[in-house]
Design a protein around this ligand. Sequence first.
Ligand SMILES: *Cc1c(COP(=O)(O)O)cnc(C)c1O
Length: 219
Amino acid sequence: MAHPARKEILGKIEKAAKIADRKASDVTFIAVSKTRNSDEILPLLETGHRVFGENRVQEAAEKWPALQADYPEVELHMIGQLQSNKAAEAAALFDCIHSLDRPSLIKALAREMDRQNRNIPCFLQVNIGEESQKGGCDIAAVPQLLEQARESGIAIIGLMAVPPEGTNPAPYFALLAKLAGDNELTQISMGMSGDFETAIKLGATHIRVGTALFGPRVI
Ligand SMILES: *Cc1c(COP(=O)(O)O)cnc(C)c1O
């Protein structure tokens, strides 16, 4: 079944990858389905899309188990801030977590993964614009958090960031890519509806796209 918005985004991914001399297949297109109900998500599933992102544990737990009963190969990514007291539920529900950003959360998730015998690949989220009140660890804290995760048995596969709003994201994308390289991490989660092509040109391996796919969010 055709999905015009998805098709258009896939075309843009292809083009941006080509310009950067990369393969489009090296970019994971995460459909950010936060605030969207099952009726809005189903057309994407029917067209073959399998990778989705949510930012709230509770909302994901309400929507996805029923959808996954019909589409068991769905891959669910947690992209929002995560409370340590939701670690158990998150470890059970998600296939990848992009928002690891502090020692207490690493500890809580490591314990839950152990307990549930799950080994969920994670990204370390970096507060790349050094904004107050924003999720993500300080740039300077990256090495020690990577070390803590390694010691706790959590596989950190890359870095994730959301650049400051209303600024040119390119320098922040470039900085995140450099940080990943400096720390020998190969995966980079960056780029949203307005800037995923720029992100791909600067090395994104995971883009998180909501509005361009589903239309404007009401809430
Ligand atoms: C909502 C959200 C997105 C998607 O944003 P759009 O502009 O709708 O594409 C990406 N990443 C994170 C962390 C988000 O919370």
